[in-house]
Design a protein around this ligand. Structure first.
Ligand code: EPZ
Length: 417
């Protein structure tokens, strides 16, 4: 099995170009199902989750080609309306294909995503909303058989939680529905706005993306589109944390500062110096990080749950104790036991984690439990004294393109073998 070895203690110094946002390109790839013709997606990162989404598209009958970070998708002639179980298991967020397949094909057949490394992966908000849009859903033994013979019909949807995936599924089901759909209590993540921009470029009529209420005026026929994916704000947060923990300096090229406001606020509290330009964010780390009394993860525009693990690792060597309150995923702290192998002092109770800053960490043999937990292990290894071996790095390949190359270019002593 592949692993990463890091000799810690080197300051990171330099600049890296951010890759396209994983959590934007996945729903955009699902959205191509709605578009007869050849869509072109630029700044598409090379990630295993993206490859999984491409395999789903090809299973449906799409023709997909890639040239570097540009992916071309031809959904002119789809033949299938099912997602096989192995592909659903490969990527739980494949549920976001449901709305698009049902809207295009009139039916969809897939297994429910079940649990994952972050906890149960409920999809009740997705299914309730799609049913209100006219999709008849039968669930038996974990298989979803869905049909909407007369097509989707626009309606008002009230989300009890601003679920990112459910908001995306409703948009994908509503853009070609008869009539208007209004999502009340929508997710406001930048990736939602990017999806809306892509679909509006394909002839859709989506207003209010990025706000609590999104209005989707059904448009029967859409066309292929060309789009450049926004930069990945969680990749950005990860490199900022990695630089801050090593006492270094970094410039993130292609960043959108407005997407990083809550993360930059925490880094400033920790004593980092941050500066922004139109498409850049730069950080200079202090000699020693300060504690951050409380970090609460929240739906956007609050502090993103996905940035919690790498920043927790960063604060494990801060001066004083910090506390995380995780309000999104119940298993977000799974990585804590692995962080303790470095000598980190972290105490968890339910959704609360207290990190008592220590003077130093020691290299260890550890394994990734999930994507962002793996990022936390990399951050800890970069500052730990001695050598760290990180196993199960397939989790990292889901969300970080060229991680080893980028960190090496910034001065880290890192190898993948
Ligand atoms: C998206 O997941 C992201 N994934 C996650 O990033 C991110 O952490 C999350 O949004 C929150 O921002 C992608 O976009 C592919 P949710 P998603 O629906 O859509 C509960 C990463 O590391 N819920 O907003 O699955 C759910 O259990 C990944 O890049 C229901 O109860 O998140 C969770 O507690 C991890 N019922 C909360 O809502 C539902 O029907 C947030 O889920 C749906 C969700």
């Amino acid at each position: 099995m592949a692993k990463i070895t890091i000799n810690g203690g080197k300051k990171l110094n330099g600049a890296i170009k951010l890759h396209g946002a994983k959590n934007s390109v996945l729903p955009i790839l699902a959205a191509t199902v709605l578009l007869p013709g050849i869509s072109v997606i630029h700044n598409c990162p090379e990630l295993s989750d993206v490859e999984a989404a491409v395999r789903i598209l090809e299973h449906l009958g799409a023709k997909v080609t890639r040239e570097n970070n540009t992916v071309t998708v031809d959904c002119g002639d789809l033949k299938n309306h099912t997602i096989p179980d192995d592909l659903m298991r490969e990527m739980r967020s494949s549920i976001v294909f449901l709305g698009a397949i049902a809207a295009r094909m009139g039916k969809a057949f897939l297994s429910s995503p079940g649990g994952c490394e972050l906890g149960p992966r409920p999809i009740d908000l997705h299914l309730t909303a799609l049913n209100e849009l006219g999709l008849n859903i039968e669930e038996e033994h974990g298989i979803l058989s869905c049909e909407c013979c007369d097509g989707m019909k626009g309606t008002d949807i009230h989300l009890s939680f601003p679920s990112v995936g459910a908001t995306e599924n409703i948009i994908l089901a509503g853009v070609t529905a008869k009539g208007t759909t209004v999502i009340h209590g929508a997710a406001k993540e930048p990736e939602i706005s990017d999806l809306a921009d892509f679909l509006n470029g394909a002839g859709a009529n989506i207003q209010g993306a990025g706000s609590d209420n999104i209005v989707i005026i059904g448009t029967p026929c859409l066309h292929a589109a060309e789009h450049t994916v926004i930069p990945d704000r969680i990749e950005a947060a990860t490199y900022l944390a990695a630089t801050a923990v090593t006492g270094g300096r970094i410039t993130l090229l292609g960043a959108i500062p407005a997407h990083l406001t809550p993360v930059m606020s925490v880094l400033k509290t920790a004593g980092c110096e941050l500066s922004v330009k139109q498409n850049e964010v730069s950080l200079i780390a202090p000699v020693r990080l300060k504690r951050v009394p409380v970090i609460r993860t929240m739906p956007h525009p609050g502090f993103p749950t996905d940035a919690g693990s790498p920043l927790m690792a960063m604060l494990s060597v801060a001066d004083g104790s910090s506390m995380f309150v995780e309000n999104i995923f119940e298993n977000r702290f799974r990585i804590v036991d692995e962080l303790k192998r470095f000598g980190a002092k972290i105490y968890t109770n339910g959704r609360v984690a207290v990190i008592e800053g220590v003077k130093s960490l020691s290299g260890a043999s550890v394994e990734c439990t999930d994507l962002r937990g793996g990022a936390a292990l990399v951050v800890a290894a970069l500052v730990a004294n001695g050598t760290t071996e990180i196993n199960k790095i397939h989790h990292l390949d889901r969300g970080y393109e060229r991680l080893t190359e980028n960190l090496s270019a910034l001065g880290a002593l890192i190898e993948r073998c």
